[in-house]
Design a protein around this ligand. Structure first.
Ligand code: NDP
Ligand code: 2IT
Length: 459
């Protein structure tokens, strides 16, 4: 095992500490498999830190960091277009504020539950730390399903959701943004309701706003572009690049679309993308304008693509997208979309690099397969940190009441992604796992938060 450091040095103080804390997390948070998975990956990576610096054990940093500072659950009632009352569940997990206000997206998807929001919030602590920006970790959302809802229903839902959430957020307290099912339209409706409730224009309370009322140029593109910038650094170190490579991108939402765009700009041929029903394969290279119109404007299924591109094929079953041979795989849809079997197929087909645009898209077993086979692997909390990094730049612009050009933001994003890559590589070397970006990014993200927690006392 490559990332599960416990196996090789199972009798160290650090590994005993990690095991104890992990057992307690499982016991105190039963029935939360995604949360356990995210915690396990990070805790195992941190063993070399506890062995080298026992002070983090003595100060109980791990026991504290796995416990959210606050978990908020609330009722979201709304009236559908038929006049029927609907009730959804809202969540906000304010996980860690050691280095800045809670920051993280809102996800609207029927699968949302406490486990999903806690895994995302926990990952966000380390991701946000890696960006070098002053932002803590949080996440929220609802089990509301935006699919098939009218615009008026989306607005009424967002207004009801924000009516409760507004009690818990603020530009210096907690700053939500988008995630699956939450884009500029939803952020707009939520911002409007927050402004109405507060009777004040607190532009920094949400990020991912439209550019006309405080949004940052480049935020829409940031996660996808950032993922490609990160993978570009991984490739560069091995004398490789995107030019003339074959790329497969899962998803066809915000992250996928801008990952495809940047990969194409760098000379790659992107042959496939997907939605939750299935995937398209276009051997000529995907026509991104069609995907953008279908998904961003018309909100249709990706299967419609083949009606306009008869040379392309559509296949049911999004998980089978990984059967397509490629040099670079960019999973940009959702958690656990690459399992051990898919990882083995990718390796057999000669994949050289995997960059996670989504959060935790590879299972722990899949990550092991990639690392064991020397596939360049960019874990989500490093590779997809560009989105939240530009959200922090949006907050900075809002505070200063200024706006930067697209080029200024994109240049800063690029610098941030290069820094995340270098810092993660350096940490992987310093702590004895050279080139392992899972271990490196987890350690680099952890140390800054842990030092701040110790400096601020036991709170
Ligand atoms: P979008 O809602 O814009 O797009 C999500 C895409 O993934 C859609 O194509 C969707 O298909 C597909 N998808 C969603 N759920 C599933 C599922 N259960 N199985 C298969 N496919 C699914 O979301 P984003 O692009 O914003 O987010 C994608 C991923 O990137 C998520 O993991 C998110 O947490 C992560 N991320 C997002 C950031 C951002 O700035 N937006 C920043 C960092 C990470 P369908 O249309 O059929 O639902
Ligand atoms: O997972 C993520 O980093 C996001 N959904 C973006 C969060 C943000 O605050 O911009």
């Amino acid at each position: 095992m490559v990332i599960l450091v416990t196996k090789s040095i199972s009798d160290t103080q650090g590994s005993k500490y990690v095991k104890e804390v992990f057992e307690s997390v499982k016991k105190r948070n039963p029935h939360e498999p995604e949360f356990h998975q995210a915690v396990k990956e990070i805790l195992d990576s941190l063993i070399p830190v506890f062995d080298k610096h026992p002070k983090y054990m003595e100060q109980g940093v791990l026991e504290r960091i796995v416990e959210p500072e606050r978990v908020i659950t609330f009722r979201v009632p709304w009236v559908d277009d038929n006049g029927k009352v609907q009730v959804n569940r809202g969540f906000r997990v304010q996980f860690n504020s050691a280095i800045g206000p809670y920051k993280g997206g809102l996800r609207f998807h029927p699968s949302v539950n406490a486990s999903i929001i806690k895994f995302l919030g926990f990952e966000q602590i380390f991701k946000n730390s890696l960006t070098g920006q002053p932002i803590g970790g949080g996440k929220g959302g609802s089990d509301f399903d935006p699919k098939g809802k009218s615009d008026a229903e989306i607005m009424r839902f967002c207004q009801s959701f924000m009516t409760e959430l507004a009690k818990h957020i603020g530009p210096d307290t907690d700053v939500p943004a988008g995630d699956i099912g939450v884009g500029a339209r939803e952020i707009g409706y939520m911002f409007g309701q927050y402004k109405r409730l507060q009777n004040a224009f607190h532009s920094g309370v949400l990020t991912g706003k439209a550019v006309g009322f405080g949004g940052s140029l480049g935020r829409t593109e940031a996660t996808g572009y950032g993922t490609v910038y990160f993978v570009q650094e991984m490739l560069k170190d091995k004398g490789l690049d995107f030019k003339d490579s074959t790329v497969v991108v899962s998803g066809s939402g915000n992250v996928a679309i801008y990952a495809i765009k940047k990969a194409q700009e760098l000379g790659a041929k992107v042959v496939a993308c997907s939605d939750s029903n299935g995937y398209i394969y276009d051997k000529n290279g995907i026509d991104l304008e069609t995907v953008k119109r279908l998904k961003e404007v018309e909100r249709k299924r990706i299967s419609e693509y083949v009606k306009e591109h008869p040379d392309a094929d559509y296949f049911e079953g999004c998980e089978n997208i990984w059967l397509i041979p490629c040099d670079i795989a960019l999973p940009c849809a959702t958690q656990n979309e690459i399992d051990e079997t898919s990882a083995k197929i990718l390796v057999t087909n000669g994949v050289k690099a995997v960059g996670e645009g989504a959060n935790m898209p590879s299972t722990l077993e899949a990550v092991e397969i990639f690392l064991e086979n020397d596939v360049l692997f960019g874990p989500g909390k490093a590779a997809n940190a560009g989105g939240v990094a530009v959200s922090a730049l949006e907050m900075a612009q809002n505070s200063a009441r200024i706006s930067w050009t697209f080029e200024e933001v994109d240049t800063k994003l690029h610098e941030i992604m290069v820094n995340i890559y270098r810092n993660s590589m350096n940490a992987s070397e310093e702590y004895g796992h050279p080139g392992n970006l899972v271990v490196g990014s987890n350690i680099a993200g952890f140390l800054k938060v842990a030092d701040a927690m110790i400096a601020q006392g036991v709170i």
